[in-house]
Design a protein around this ligand. Structure first.
Ligand code: FE2
Ligand code: FE2
Length: 277
């Protein structure tokens, strides 16, 4: 199957006039045949606006995937349904858990889903929730929960289940989307809280394939330590991924390092980035 993938929400914008950035991620997946799918929805401030600027009709979107229950990936679902009607929503059952970012200063911010399940269902969301790998459309796989296997992917140490700082949130609901294409597998990442290497190894284990053509989206390397970054880069070289279109929680520092180490493969997946594969 052939696809066009377009980033609709991201922290930064490309050259398409009038598009806007926000801390978040969303990508539209348009297959050559069949209905488009939306992977994440951003915070909700830019999704509809950017889609209009790029002439993408979101009313045709059949299903929405929420990679995990953070506000910057789920906040656009309610405005999307308000404009485009009810949606089938694929996600992990843990997306509605309360979650927080706790800073070194002691400040604590809620970063979970900005709308309740009841609110979203009243607006037309039909949730299809599972922790397991599943095929949500022909050749389109949702990874299920990703086991934390590598020792170096220690993740973001600032995420908690409450504001006491006792209960670290490993974000177990984090899932990635896999497209089977003629050039190999294309992997869409929300924040990749499980770690990029854990995620790719899990996908390889589930599919029996290691031909990853592209990874697109947030890698969370901007919120992880230097050791995790270095070991992830070295693993990526071993995988031979041809397109590393990183953005969102990858951040400038890790992006610069990826660009220097993998200059042919690295691209910034900002608003307007598009891949036809
Ligand atoms: Fe995020
Ligand atoms: Fe996240």
């Amino acid at each position: 199957m052939k696809y066009r993938i377009t980033v609709l929400c991201e922290n930064s914008v490309g050259p398409i006039s009038g598009t806007l950035g926000e801390h978040g991620f969303s990508a539209l997946i348009e297959p050559a045949q069949g209905a488009p799918l939306l992977f994440d929805t951003g915070q909700g401030l830019t999704l509809l606006h950017n889609a209009r600027r790029m002439n993408r009709d979101l009313s045709k979107v059949h299903g929405v995937v929420l990679s995990h229950g953070h506000y910057d990936h789920c906040g656009g679902l309610l405005p999307l349904m308000a404009e485009c009607g009810p949606k089938l929503v694929h996600a992990h059952p843990g997306i509605f858990a309360p979650r927080f970012r706790l800073k070194d200063t002691g400040e604590c911010y809620p970063i979970g889903m900005p709308h309740s399940r009841d609110q979203l269902e009243a607006a037309g969301a039909a949730f299809s929730l599972s922790k397991e790998l599943r095929e949500i459309a022909p050749g389109v796989l949702l990874s299920g929960e990703v086991p934390r296997v590598t020792l170096f992917e220690t993740g973001d140490q600032g995420l908690y289940c409450d504001c006491t700082g006792q209960d670290l949130d490993t974000t177990p609901d984090d899932q990635s989307l896999v497209l089977e294409t003629d050039r190999g597998l294309v992997v869409l990442l929300g924040c990749c809280h499980a770690g990029l290497v854990n995620t790719l190894e899990h996908i390889a284990y589930l599919t029996g394939r290691r031909d990853i053509y592209a990874v697109i989206g947030g890698t969370h390397l901007g919120f992880c330590g230097q050791d995790q970054l270095e070991k992830t880069i070295s693993a990526l070289k071993g995988w031979g991924v041809q397109k590393i279109a990183a953005s969102h929680c990858t951040g400038f520092g890790a992006s610069a390092r990826l660009s220097r180490e993998l200059p042919k493969e690295f691209q910034v997946a900002h608003v307007g980035y598009s891949l036809e594969v």
